[in-house]
Every structure is written in C-alpha cells, then in structure tokens.
Design a protein around this ligand. Structure first.
Ligand code: ADP
Length: 422
C-alpha cells in the first residue's frame, strides 16, 4: 500500500512519540531508524523516519532529511510532516527552519505551519509563546537543557533567524473561530509573503481546528499532537481506514534495564524514584573520560539479567555544567552517549530483552548501537511514549524510548508493569 503520510523526525524519542499518536488511529505505522537502505515495497500508510539531526550542523541535517524525503516520496507519500520537539528544541541556526525550507522547496509549496503544542503533556502555545505547564518555555527547566537550552519563548523570534522567508502567526483568537478562520488567516499571510506560520493551540480542540484547516497542505510541521489529529481527516477523504488496533506478537520475556542519559527535570524525578526500587549505578562523565567504562561494565556483569537495574548519567544542571566546562559540551555528551550505548550492547549480550531508555539523543545512540533499523509500535505507556519492538541479532527486544520530560514519576516501573500485562 502506498504511503499516505510521510514523516521525518529530528530525534528518536520524537519519532516514537509521533508513531504512537498516529497509531492511536489503528492505521499501520512503520518506524524506520535512519534513512532506509532498502526500497519502499513494504511501505505502510504512515511512515516515520527517525533521524538524529536535532543538533547536528545544518548542512548535515539538510542532507539527511533530504534523503529521508526522497525515500518517502518514492513510497508514494503526498503529505509530509516534519516532527520536532514540543519544546521547539533547536540551536540558534536550526535545524527546524532550514529543514522546513528545504522540504518546502522540494514540494514546491510557499507556506507551512509550525505547531509544537502537545496539550496532554502541558505544552501549549498562546500568542506565539510556548508554555511548559504554567511556565514560559524560557523560564521552564528547558532553559538548562545540556544541548539546546531554550532561552526565549517566542516561537516567531526563535524561528526568524533560522529561515530566509517571512514568519507570521495565526493566534488563538483566530484559531478559536474555527477552521475557516484559520484558512483565511493563512491566505492573508500568504498574500503578504509569509511562508512560515506559527499556530497557537492550547487544547486538543484547537489542534483539531488547525488540522481541519491544514490537512490538505503538502507539508506540516510541529509536535506529535497535531499529527495525531490528521488520521481522522485522511479517513474523511477516503485515504485511509481507521479501526481499533491489535498488537501482533508477544512481549519478549528476557531481563530488563533502564538506561538514562536525560538530565531533564522529569527524568531526574523518575531516576530518583526508581533508584530506590532497583540496583542502580550512576555514571560520572569525568570519570568515564579518564578511566573508561570498565567499572560500569563489571557492575552490570555482576547483576542477573532479570534483576531490575538502572544505569544513569542523569545529573543536576550544576553537575552537567561542570562536566561540560571540563570536557566541552560535545565531548561531555559523547562520553555519556557512548558509555550508555556500549552498556546497552553488553546488557543485550547478558540476556536483557527489555530496555527503557530516557533521553532523545541517548535513545538515538542506543538504538544505533544495537543495530536496530525498524520498530514496531506497541502499547502506549504514557502519552507519546509507546513500547516498541525490534529485532536485534535475530532476537525480539522491547524498547521504550522516553523523551526527557515525558511520563510521570513512576514511569519506569509502570513501563515494565505494562509489558508484563501485555
Ligand atoms: P532529553 O530527552 O532529556 O533531552 P537527551 O538524551 O536528548 O535527553 O540529551 C541529554 C544529553 O545530555 C545527552 O547528550 C547526554 O549524553 C548528555 N548528558 C547526560 N548526562 C550528562 C552529564 N552528567 N553531564 C553532561 N552531559 C550529560
């Protein structure tokens, strides 16, 4: 079957989040890790390509996303979705804007929308300003993110330096008036040469309005929540059939581990909670940089595969800053990502088949290290975080890839409990 919607995600947890929300429709979703090397004969109606290009240099991000775009086009996609984080994680240069402009050029369209809102997870946009819960983005814990500290909340101001064409806003007063008003606003902005339109949304109802107004445009961009609204409109147009979904295949039975490289506030709470309930080991980037990962490997090998285990580099902002000052930002991240990736490989060799991974970049490093190229989407543990299933060296493994601030305090425990019940 030809692909209806082709999605490109700028990180791995973002891709699973998007796949989970699309899968709520019951329509088959295929999640590919990296640009597939094979053809698109087995393409699903919803295809999601997970890239690791949120913080890479712009040129590299453009090259990767361009390849993903061509693959999706070959799979038959007529609609495209560029997925980034609900907290608009980006550097001063991009890569949200540059990739959107490349995709617009590829599709020959002169306008797209930007809607990272995810009301179920407390991400809302009002008058172009992004809120995390009750806080402005720039006052939220995202201001201390190790790689993409967000120090402004105005999406218009954040996007302007990332793009060549004009940026505008369809604000909440417009969205409240319904799809026709949103369409009219987009037309006015287009006549003024505005190519990039931020859309306010504070509720799922707003997202539905925006999706109703924009479901036919070839390119949309934003978070998973707006994408999750699209299936119903595709169904209305006869492009897909929505139905109740059944999961194929059982959950693997082997041992379990939590690997956390996320330093986000919610992950810090989750790690503190789970550390009291499992064998746990903290990784210190400075120690690993000087001594290697041998001590952690020895610790892991001493544990049985079934025993609940947690290995984390998760740290308070002050500690992260110290590591970054000593090692440099890039090196500090790389040291941690490489260590967790090699521990994931060792865990697999020791019989672990259930992995919970915290952190978008961290998930990218770990899935790559395990050689995973495709994920099947399973049941949702928390909004936007599904269990996924994959083959590693011919063995079925379960992975939950959790973005930093998703889930509640008991997420790790709940994740394994859900798998036991599946
Ligand atoms: P999130 O989903 O919370 O943004 P990510 O995994 O995407 O998490 O990003 C966290 C980054 O911080 C990773 O690159 C990780 O390697 C790095 N990191 C984790 N722990 C530390 C630490 N103690 N010091 C410095 N950097 C760290």
């Amino acid at each position: 079957m030809a692909t209806v919607l082709g999605c490109i995600a700028d990180d791995f947890t973002g891709a699973t989040d998007l796949a989970a929300l699309l899968a709520r429709s019951g329509v088959p979703v295929s999640l590919r890790i990296g640009v597939p090397v094979d053809g698109s004969d087995d393409a699903a109606p919803f295809e999601v390509i997970a890239l690791k290009c949120r913080t890479t240099p712009v040129g590299e991000a453009l090259e990767l996303t361009r390849q993903a775009f061509y693959w999706l086009k070959a799979a038959g996609a007529k609609h495209f979705f560029w997925k980034y984080c609900s907290t608009f994680d980006s550097t001063a240069e991009g890569n949200i804007g540059p990739v959107a402009e490349m995709l617009m050029a590829g599709l020959g369209v002169n306008q797209t929308i930007y809607c990272p809102a995810f009301p179920q997870n407390g991400r809302t946009i009002f008058m172009g300003h992004l809120f995390v819960g009750e806080q402005l983005l720039s006052e939220s814990p995202m201001k201390d993110h190790p790689l993409t500290p967000m120090r402004d909340s105005s999406l218009v101001r954040l996007l302007v330096p990332q793009v060549r064409a004009k940026v505008g806003l369809a604000n909440h007063l417009v969205v409240m008036q319904g799809p026709a008003a949103v369409k009219a606003r987009l037309d006015i902005l287009a006549s003024e040469g505005v190519a990039h339109v931020i859309t306010d949304a504070v509720s799922d109802e707003d997202l539905k309005t925006i999706a109703a107004a924009t479901a036919d445009i070839p390119l949309m961009s934003g978070g998973s929540a707006i994408a999750g609204q699209l299936p119903r409109f595709y169904a209305e147009r006869g492009l897909i059939e929505v139905h109740v979904r059944k999961y194929s295949g059982a959950a693997p039975k082997g041992g379990q581990i939590v690997l956390s490289g996320s330093c986000s506030t919610m992950t810090r709470k989750q790690v503190a909670y789970y550390a009291g309930k499992s064998a746990s080991l903290r990784l210190d980037p400075l120690r690993i940089a000087s001594e290697g990962v041998g001590i952690a490997e020895a610790w892991l090998q001493e544990r049985s595969s079934k025993e609940p285990k947690l290995i984390f580099a998760t740290a308070e902002p002050e500690e992260v800053r110290k590591a970054q000052e000593k090692l440099g930002l890039e090196e500090a991240s790389q040291v941690v990502e490489k260590a967790l990736a090699s521990l994931a490989r060792l865990a697999f060799r020791s019989g672990v088949r259930r992995f919970v991974v915290a952190g978008g970049e961290t998930s990218g490093a770990i899935t790559q290290a395990l050689g995973i190229t495709q994920l099947e989407i399973g049941p949702e543990i928390a909004p936007g975080v599904p269990w996924t299933f994959a083959q590693v060296e011919g063995e079925r493994v379960a992975l939950a890839l959790k973005s930093g601030n998703f889930g509640d305090e008991a997420f790790f425990e709940n994740a394994f409990a859900l798998l036991d019940a599946a």
